[in-house]
Write a protein that binds this ligand. Structure first.
Ligand code: HEC
Length: 156
């Protein structure tokens, strides 16, 4: 009977030991994985937590809202930035926007500025800019006016 009790106690102790070992092994494993994912986990890095977050100021000088480049009023389309960068340095974009021209006349205007106003050689950008201007600021063809719509006639 005593022998049985002893054996039982021994087995119990063995199981406890085994259990403790498994638990310790699991804890070390979890700790190791956590450390591998974040090596700073167990070092109290005060500077990191006290460093204030300073947001980088947003550069919205080329912001586009509703398809319009806000700073200049140019419509968003291929060649926008080439046009912004080359055509708003000397005068306001308004001067460009208030004009609508054919391709020939846009080129002639550029030539005139190059000959008399020190406009630089636009190089490969010229084609891009002219295409942008012709596409977005062409001559509005004014023929006979369109038929009136939405007229509210009144009784005499
Ligand atoms: C180097 C300076 C300079 C640059 C860059 C420049 N312009 Fe001009 N532009 C001028 C000057 C100066 C005038 C005349 C302004 C005035 O009459 O008050 C002018 C006038 C104009 C006019 C009005 C012309 C008219 O007949 O009334 C248009 C349109 C124009 N520019 C378009 C452009 C376009 C498009 C670009 C980009 C390719 C551009 N400009 C880039 C100097 C420049």
């Amino acid at each position: 009977m005593d022998d049985n009790k002893n054996l039982f106690k021994q087995i119990q102790a063995l199981y406890r030991g085994l259990f403790a070992f498994v638990v310790a092994f699991a804890l070390i494993g979890v700790g190791l994985i956590a450390y591998m994912n974040n090596p700073q986990l167990f070092t109290s890095d005060i500077t990191a937590s006290e460093t204030e977050y300073v947001p980088i100021p947003e550069d919205d000088s080329d912001k586009i809202e509703d398809g319009v480049h806000v700073r200049t009023g140019f419509v968003e389309a291929d060649g926008l930035m080439e046009t912004v960068n080359n055509c708003t340095n000397c005068h306001s974009s308004e001067l460009v926007l208030q004009n609508r021209m054919s391709k020939e006349n846009w080129i002639a205007t550029i030539r005139w500025m190059q000959e008399t106003q020190n406009l630089w050689d636009l190089g490969g950008n010229e084609e891009i800019i002219v295409a942008y201007l012709v596409k977005n600021y062409p001559v509005i063809k004014k023929g006979r006016r369109g038929a009136l719509t939405d007229i509210e006639w009144y009784d005499l």
